[in-house]
Design a protein around this ligand. Structure first.
Ligand code: F0G
Length: 356
């Protein structure tokens, strides 16, 4: 056991696939100690698990190695998904590896450039609908039921099986259970998956406590936060979600019920952060820690900053924030907030004059 490398398939006994999986060596992502940001917030043990270091640059690869392997095992011919971007990029990658066609539905004009580029280059059939993600998911669901395609959104339980390994790895890397696990929440699959995995570890006797599951949403797309704060049993969907963090621009998360359970049963919480707070944390991670993430990913750390500043968490907690996708996924969000390169004539004099 201990000789197996820290990668997703290290945990194969706890995963559903029989035989050789469709794999690109996903998982085994770094767990970074956020020394500078942690110090600023008075948190000694603040960590970021960088899921952007997976093969396609997001945590979705954990779900897809399992999901696409199961599609093959079940004899499915074509795979499909709706996506705010990362799921489509990952599905395109794993369908390519498996040698089967993929169909992806995206909300037109609302998907970050890097993600569309990946879906196109890896050969998926990419369709942009004039509607939001929630509508795209409804459409692809009907398509799969009527035409026999295999749906690989997080309504597919095998996706969550793969993603639960984020929790396994964090426990392995820390040598124990963190006090709090913080995730950005969109369709609410990932927070549900990590909770399920840790619950399994507890039931198997490997760990004896669970972390407080903490979900962070963008203010303009925060139905889960609303349900937690207003103690709703059933979530009220948002018709027009909007945020700079397009990955989590979702108004009717399909895994909401599971996510609410994860948060409530672990005494966790959910809060919303503004687009400004998200972008400010994206810059802080980049400049103070050397960690490049896309806006949605920065939401988890922005959320912890807010909780710490409002005195809502214990400063001695050991905290793992999942940062879900790589900086290069969304170059447009970067260009918009940074000064462009300084262009000069090609001589040393000009160079020295701009550097002084
Ligand atoms: N962070 C990133 C970078 C994401 O791409 C997503 C979801 C999330 C967080 C939220 O995870 O949905 O499990 O709560 N992206 C999906 C997609 C919806 O289509 O790529 P969740």
């Amino acid at each position: 056991w201990d000789k197996r490398p820290l990668r997703l398939w290290r945990y194969k006994e706890l995963l559903p696939v029989a035989g050789e999986p469709v794999s690109l060596q996903e998982g085994g992502t770094p767990l970074y100690h956020l020394k500078t940001i942690g110090k600023e917030l008075g948190l000694k043990e603040l960590y970021a698990k960088h899921e952007g270091m997976n093969p396609s640059g997001s945590f979705k690869d954990r779900g897809m190695t399992v999901g696409v392997s199961m599609a093959i095992q079940l004899g499915m011919k074509t795979v499909a998904c709706a996506s705010t971007g990362n799921t489509s990029a990952s599905l395109a990658v794993y369908a390519a590896k498996a040698g089967i066609p993929a169909v992806v539905l995206l909300p037109a004009g609302k998907v970050a450039l890097g993600k569309v580029a990946q879906a196109l280059m890896h050969g998926a059939k990419v369709i942009a609908i004039r509607g939001n993600f929630d509508k795209a998911l409804e459409m692809v669901h009907d398509l799969c039921i009527n035409e026999g395609l295999y749906l690989l959104n997080s309504v597919n339980p095998y996706r969550l099986e793969g993603q639960k390994t984020i929790g396994f790895e964090a426990v392995d890397q820390l040598g124990g259970v963190p006090d709090r696990f913080v995730l950005p929440v969109g369709n609410a699959g990932n927070i549900s998956a990590v909770y399920k995995g840790l619950l399994e570890l507890q039931n198997l006797g490997f760990i004896d406590s669970l972390p407080m599951m903490t979900g962070i949403q963008a203010e303009g797309a925060s139905p889960v936060v609303d349900a937690i704060h207003n103690k709703r049993e059933v979530l009220v969907p948002e018709a027009n979600p909007e945020t700079v963090a397009t990955a989590i621009r979702i108004g009717a998360p399909v895994n909401a019920e599971k996510a609410l359970r994860a948060i409530r049963e672990t005494n966790g919480t959910a809060i919303a952060v503004t687009d400004e707070e998200i972008l400010a944390m994206q810059r802080s991670l980049a400049r103070k820690e050397g960690i490049g993430v896309e806006p949605a990913s920065a939401a988890s750390v922005a959320g912890i900053k807010k909780l710490a500043e409002e005195g809502l968490i214990d400063k001695d907690e050991r905290i793992v924030c999942v940062v879900t996708g790589h900086l290069l996924k969304d170059p447009e969000a970067v260009i918009k907030q940074c000064e462009p390169p300084t262009e000069i004539d090609a001589n040393l004099e000009s160079l020295l004059s701009v550097l002084r």
